[in-house]
Design a protein around this ligand. Structure first.
Ligand SMILES: O=P(O)(O)OC[C@H]1O[C@](O)(CO)[C@@H](O)[C@@H]1O
Length: 547
């Protein structure tokens, strides 16, 4: 790593100063702390007061955001900010409502975006109304999205989160190349009433191509080959490859190379979602994201939620050195959010060199992980409270429930706030000792009651002083989900600016893909064709012997 910038050195000095006291003391000394370190924008509350910052550290952090405006302008102007792939980055255009606003190489891209959106709406209306018929003149009952990574995670997450808005179709998502998924799904489907959506920006991704071919074989074993046209549609930026696969041109929904896979749920990649929740709710999802775009592109840094989220993330990762970020959505519909954000964050900012090829000056993306609350409390929260690692947490909750069970919602929210409070405050040793029942200790027969009590209190002591953020939404409908995902997209973009990295390429996934091609061949070859280390050779030998 290179020598850090002077501002990073200043931030490290703030961190050293602040680490000499517990986080809870910052609350004791400043009754206004919540007001100082939380903002409400577009109806969403972001509370970052439970982080180890004070006014001085916060103002230094804000200075770090100075270059963001320039990068925002570059993004909006369609500059080729994905420099290693020579592409603009324009996912905000996908939710922009007007027919003007974004151009690439001087060409207004809005008419093309809106034309595809309209085709998606027309297609969805036809399917949902039953007007669109399968090859045996039946309406469609099931859709299967075949895609992986960005061509799967966004629509999968949103379709789950927006279950209350679900229309008539059963929606299935197949991503893994492991045949396990299709093997169990296909027998449950009727080819005459199933629509397969093959989603792949490149239309070369091995997993998707293998799964799509398997689905097509299954289909043609039961239906005439000419029926493929009615039952397979494709979402891709590679029209030639789609046509070669045998999908009819009128069933290709286009998107463009200026949309990164992990930022593509707003494009035709969202077709499965639109079919799941209907075009009106999909439009609300886009409108929510657009509302956050407007906020992000206009609010000053100190009132700009994605910028503040990015700065706090930078502080925890690059200055305090915490190496992970736990995503804990207290909403069962957001169960897939940690996985979605894993790709968004780690594939974008998991980089070790800057745009200029030089090594980064500080650690970059955290390891993103998590699970929906309250399940997470019964799985790994033990480690968060008493383990030797400090893992910052993003808590996310919606005030209003998407169900009628009032007591459950109250308990869910109470648990969410309680966990954040417990991480902050901890339980001091004295309180832990007071909670130990000395009579019960004595009754265990241990001679040294004082020692036994001390030991028990040590187990019950919580150090606290563990940072977290809280994002509170009024409810989780399509509009709010659009807002939430756009907030994280912009956060990650800003962090890329702070780390001076290109957040929009993903060269790190290429090597494994090409080695897998060699290994696929070696798994069936009589004699090994490609060079491998002795470990890989040993593993290959085992697998070949078992095959
Ligand atoms: O949409 P495609 O081209 O099939 O790619 C799927 C995914 O594979 C990756 O290229 C690598 O994991 C992701 O960036 C992308 O979302």
């Amino acid at each position: 790593m290179r020598k850090p910038e002077p501002i990073v050195t200043m931030l490290k000095q703030h961190a050293e100063r602040l680490q000499s006291q517990p986080l809870s003391a910052l609350f004791t000394h400043d009754p206004e702390r919540f007001q100082r370190f939380s903002i409400t924008a577009e109806g969403i509350l972001f509370d970052f007061s439970k982080n180890l910052i004070d006014e001085a550290a916060y103002h230094t952090l804000l200075q770090l955001a100075a270059p963001v405006a320039d990068w925002q302008a570059k993004m909006r102007a369609g500059a080729y900010i994905n420099s290693s792939e020579q592409r603009p980055v324009l996912h905000p255009a996908l939710r922009h409502p007007l027919m003007a606003g974004y151009s690439v190489d001087g060409q207004n891209i809005m008419p093309a975006i809106h034309a595809v959106l309209q085709r998606m709406r027309d297609f969805s209306h036809a399917i949902l109304s039953g007007e669109y018929r399968g090859y045996r003149d039946h309406p469609i009952t099931d859709i299967v999205n075949i895609g992986i990574g960005g061509s799967d995670l966004g629509p999968r997450l949103a379709a789950q989160a927006l279950r209350p808005y679900q229309q008539s179709l059963r929606c299935h998502f197949v991503a893994n190349v492991d045949g396990f998924e299709l093997h169990h799904l296909l027998p449950t489907l009727n080819p005459a009433t199933t629509l397969f959506i093959v989603t792949s920006k490149s239309f070369t991704t091995r997993e998707t191509m293998l799964n799509a071919a398997t689905a097509r074989n299954w289909f043609t074993q039961q239906a005439p080959a000419s029926a493929v046209e009615k039952h397979f549609v494709a979402i891709s930026a590679n029209q030639t490859a789609v046509r070669d696969f045998g999908i009819a041109p009128q069933h290709i929904f286009e998107f463009w190379d200026w949309v990164g896979g992990r930022f593509s749920v707003w494009s035709a990649v969202g077709l499965a979602l639109m079919l799941a929740i209907g075009p009106t709710h999909f439009d609300a999802f886009l409108a929510g994201a657009h509302q956050i775009d407007n906020h992000f592109f206009s609010a000053p840094a100190a009132q700009n939620m994605p910028i503040l989220m990015a700065l706090i993330g930078y502080w925890n990762r690059s200055i305090l050195g915490y190496n992970s970020l736990c995503i804990a959505p207290y909403h069962a519909g957001l169960e897939a959010l940690p996985t979605y954000l894993q790709q968004l964050d780690m594939e974008s900012n998991g980089k070790q060199v800057q745009r200029d090829g030089l090594p980064v000056a500080t650690p970059t993306a955290p390891i993103v992980w998590g699970q929906a609350g309250t399940n997470c409390q019964h799985a790994f929260f033990q480690l968060l409270h008493q383990g030797t690692e400090i893992c910052p947490v993003d808590f996310i909750a919606a005030a209003q429930a998407a169900h009628p069970y009032v007591a459950q919602q109250r308990s869910l929210l109470a648990n969410c706030l309680a966990q954040a409070e417990a991480l902050l405050q901890g339980r001091p040793f004295d309180a832990a000792l007071a909670s130990v029942d000395a009579t019960a200790v004595a009754s265990t027969g241990q001679e040294e009651v004082a020692t036994a009590s001390w030991q028990m209190a040590q187990q019950r002591h919580f150090p606290g002083n563990r940072p977290s953020n809280m994002l509170l939404l009024p409810r989780l409908g399509p509009h709010e989900l659009g807002m939430l995902l756009a907030l994280y997209e912009h956060k990650i973009f800003v962090q890329g600016v702070l780390w001076q990295i290109n957040s929009f390429d993903q060269w790190g996934v290429e090597l494994g893909k090409s080695l897998a091609q060699n290994l696929e061949r070696d798994l069936v070859a009589e004699t090994i064709q490609f060079p491998h280390d002795s470990s890989t050779l040993g593993l290959l030998a085992y697998l070949k012997a078992q095959a």
